[in-house]
Design a protein around this ligand. Sequence first.
Ligand SMILES: O=c1ccn([C@@H]2O[C@H](COP(=O)(O)O)[C@@H](O)[C@H]2O)c(=O)[nH]1
Length: 235
Amino acid sequence: MAQADPADRDRLIVALDVPSVAAANAMIEKLGDSVGFYKIGYQLAYAGGLPLVEKLARAGKKVFVDLKLHDIGNTVARGVESLNSLGATFLTVHAYPQTMKAAVAARGDSGLKILAVTVLTSYDDSDLADAGYRFGVRDLVEARARQALAIGVDGLVCSPEEAANLRGIVGPDMALVTPGIRPAGAAAGDQKRIMTPARAITAGASHLVVGRPVMEAADPKQAAEAIVAEIAQAK
Ligand SMILES: O=c1ccn([C@@H]2O[C@H](COP(=O)(O)O)[C@@H](O)[C@H]2O)c(=O)[nH]1
């Protein structure tokens, strides 16, 4: 397959959801140049994977640390300070005002960008009602996006279903990072608010987060390359 434009390639973020550093290294090796941006979340970070952030950054890859911080402001700030120097591009916090303010203040000018998780893509309106919220997904995502914008957060994690509406609210520059991506025919799994890569890009997503459709593919490299090709066609 022809070499992808690095700008298109870096709009795909592959979630390294694996149980060990050895499994992560094997997948990174397998994916080679097809992937330029990786996400490290709970599973790998808690299995000793945080040092991989620096290793990947030194190798010229971008890294999204998806720890979804949420605690009292002081603890969030100290956590962000510990992560500032790893060389990551993105760090997630939950979109609560105290949490977002603490994270934005603590990232300073380190270069780390704070992303606020609006409403998890595995949630629908009934999940929010079960959790005691009086808002549906669309309204809560929008309210949190407006708060994040006012606080100076660098980007939002949302479903691609909300991307077009949020792009109109936050303007062209803020990162809209969308999990819930499923190539045509792929199993949704526990994701409830999903779109194909092409539709997500057209809707205004800046980055697509993809885990299982790449990680569990028979040929992960081919799966990643197909998503990058879809991004290139849709932009
Ligand atoms: O709202 C959110 C926030 C984060 N995620 C993370 O993205 C990946 C998606 O993986 P898939 O296998 O493609 O479903 C995963 O690491 C989640 O923790 C999310 O899905 N939704």
